[in-house]
Design a protein. Structure first.
Length: 392
């Protein structure tokens, strides 16, 4: 098959500046090429990367993009400009996979020879599905996103494929063999971790409030809260001023119990950071945003015990009490902080339980490995390629 993969307008591929979708579809592209398919990946032009090159069997076409902004209307305009630019450059083929917003609306009409249009829904849809009547497939990362797609456009119900965001399970599991060698790890300090955008929608204020409650408990083992992720707006963060408000929220935490580190884009290095984490908290408040975050899955593959907000998308990966814990993110902020602190305190004190839950989390994450998910995508694309080529 001839497969084109189109990323968004503001991040490069490879994922030199991060981006879950950029990382995922770059890896998928290499897997597709290794399986004998002709793959073209279109992404943002970036200094130091050639505009047209073949690497690992994948042809990279890089076009002028733009930085992400704080303004949603402006971002949508930039996405539209990007989509028009991409449509002109797309080669003929069997299928186009994209997470751009505007491109699926018009691509099948504007350039039918590009192939069947498949939309990768990295986040919860916000009404755009009603405009996607000409697409052949929608790839949804969680059952919650599948339900939202069917609610927004019942006519597309039979075109939705559940495709959880994949991870490199072997790489993360290999980095954590020491955790499950039969004894509780004797690391000090114990690490409570978060990896993701440093952004208000991620619930980080409540996470820091919980850390402040922990710091008042003088009988706990030594611990640190480590936040890793982009701060700048261009990389999807909340900006330097927001980071500064976090640091000022509980000044006594900084240095002794709190670290905010720069984002890590190298997969092997990031796997080592996950491996150092004993507990991983993803306290997202984005009920209308999260599709199924990659970071909790990667942390689980590394044996960290997940503590996740009760967003519907996490029902696919977490059974509270069996492979981690959930908390009610809709409660008042002080109650959220108290519930988080209770989970953290329990896990910091109880080494055997922490080990059991971490092992269970790692086994849950195994079914999200790239190799498993790539087979699912290729099977759907092959079915499309062998079916009618005309617009549905």
């Amino acid at each position: 098959m001839k497969i084109s993969i189109v990323s968004g307008f503001f991040l490069p591929v490879p994922a030199l500046q991060g981006g879950a979708m950029e990382k995922i579809w770059h890896r998928f592209g290499r897997l597709f090429a290794a399986a004998g398919h002709e793959v073209t990946l279109l992404s943002r032009r970036w200094p130091g990367l050639p505009d047209d090159a073949v690497v690992d069997g994948v042809r990279f076409l890089r076009l002028p993009g733009a930085n992400h902004t704080r303004s949603l209307p402006l971002n949508l305009l930039l996405d539209l400009r990007w989509s028009i630019r991409v449509a002109r450059a797309l080669p003929s083929g069997d299928a186009v996979i994209t997470n751009a917003v505007a491109l699926p609306v018009f691509l099948r009409r504007l350039k039918p020879h590009a192939g069947h249009v498949c939309v990768s829904l990295g986040r919860m849809p916000k009404g755009q599905i009603r405009l996607y009547g000409d697409v052949s497939c929608l790839l949804a990362p969680s059952a919650a996103v599948v339900a939202r797609v069917r609610h927004e456009s019942p006519a597309l119900a039979d075109r939705v494929l559940l495709l959880p965001n994949p991870i490199d399970w072997p790489m993360h599991a290999a980095a954590t063999e020491h955790k499950f060698a039969g004894t509780c790890p004797a690391t000090s300090p114990l690490i409570l971790g978060y990896v993701g955008r440093i952004h208000p929608e991620k619930g980080l204020e409540q996470l820091l409030d919980a850390a402040a409650l922990l710091a008042a408990q003088t009988d706990l083992p030594d611990w640190r809260l480590r936040l890793i992720g982009p701060v700048s707006v261009a990389q999807g963060g909340g900006g330097e001023a927001y980071r500064d408000t976090l640091l000022a929220r509980h000044p006594t935490l900084a240095g002794k119990h709190l670290e905010i580190r720069a984002p890590v884009f190298d997969p092997a290095e990031l796997a080592r950071h996950y491996a150092a984490m004993d507990v991983f908290c993803y306290p997202s408040l984005a009920a209308t945003g999260e599709g199924l975050s990659v970071a909790p899955l990667e942390a689980m593959a590394a044996g960290a015990v997940p503590v996740l907000s009760q967003l519907d998308c996490y029902n696919d990966i977490l059974t509270s009490g069996e492979n981690g814990f959930s908390f009610d993110h809709t409660a008042p902020p002080d109650r959220v902080a108290g519930e988080l602190a209770a989970h953290f305190s329990r896990l910091l004190r109880a080494g055997p339980e922490r080990l059991r839950l971490g092992c269970a989390a790692q086994q849950t994450a195994r079914r999200f490995d790239y190799a498993v998910q790539a087979e699912s995508v290729l099977a759907r694309l092959a079915a499309l390629a062998s079916g009618p080529s005309a617009r549905r």
